[in-house]
Design a protein around this ligand. Structure first.
Ligand SMILES: N[C@@H](CCC(=O)N[C@@H](CS)C(=O)NCC(=O)O)C(=O)O
Length: 253
């Protein structure tokens, strides 16, 4: 097996799936080289590394076979560096349960955001919004079931599912703002609202990764936010792409 170190991550700064991998690298203090990919003109390296899906993220570790798919990558990182910040539970049943919810988030819940974006007409959009709300209630129940009475999906600390869902937080706020409704809501999903507010969630949202990706990435995200009518950011509110915690109000305002 490859030694730790010599890790390259092919990514784009606006991809929540790439961010997901970056968050885990942050939590586990794994150094990596970020290789910026242009999805409009994919590099040879990406096409060779991920010939099946041709998508980012791709993790390249010590010139061994490329690892594709964000969930596969973060589990790999958890396995190669098990002593620092374990993200998956040690109990096999809990692990299976975590994976079940990760698949729900990726394959059922998050795709509804895109469905909402491409759906035309008020009636159609309202129907998708309703599905998103139903999905958020399912996630609230998942949080209750997995958190063992604590704040995070991972219990006392941020874990696998906190990363898996946390990477979509900024997009969640963006979708709320764009479509004038709440997804994580004080009445319907109070635990998720509380979860999203936790200080440690900043470790699994945009701050660190964007800084690591450099100022260009930050500018890009700012431009996207500004273009979407998010308005001016308050001074001193951290790196430009973060739409979490404190900036939630900014985005909503
Ligand atoms: N299931 C994949 C999804 C990755 C994905 O959708 N990546 C997007 C960027 S957010 C991409 O590379 N898109 C390029 C394309 O579709 O051609 C994962 O978890 O890694």
């Amino acid at each position: 097996m490859a030694e730790n170190g010599d890790i390259r991550l092919l990514g784009t700064p606006s991809s929540p799936y790439v961010n997901r991998v970056q968050f885990v690298c942050n939590l586990k203090s794994i150094d990596y080289e970020y290789v910026a990919e242009n999805l409009a003109c994919k590099s040879e390296l990406l096409l060779i590394s991920n010939p099946v899906h041709k998508k980012v993220p791709v993790l390249l570790h010590a010139n061994e076979s490329p690892i594709c798919e964000s969930l596969v990558i973060i589990e790999y990182l958890d396995e190669i560096k098990p002593d620092v910040y374990r993200i998956l539970p040690s109990d096999p049943l809990e692990r299976a349960n975590n994976r079940f919810w990760a698949h729900y988030i990726d394959n059922k819940f998050y795709p509804l955001y895109e469905k909402l974006r491409i759906t035309q007409g008020k009636e159609g959009k309202e129907a998708i919004k309703e599905q998103i709300i139903e999905g958020s209630i399912v996630l609230e129940e998942a949080l209750v079931k997995t958190c063992n009475g604590k704040v995070y999906f991972g219990g006392d600390n941020v874990g696998y599912l906190d990363v898996v869902l946390g990477c979509f937080l900024s997009w969640t706020y963006f979708v709320e703002k764009e479509n004038e409704f709440t997804i994580f809501d004080e009445v319907r999903t109070p635990r998720l609202v509380n979860w999203a507010k936790q200080g440690d969630m900043e470790r699994v949202t945009w701050t660190g990764p964007l800084r690591a990706a450099g100022p260009k990435a930050a500018q890009m995200n700012f431009r996207r936010g500004a273009a979407a009518g998010a308005g001016e950011r308050p001074a001193g509110s951290g790196s430009l792409g973060i739409l979490v915690t404190g900036e939630r109000d900014w985005l909503r305002g």
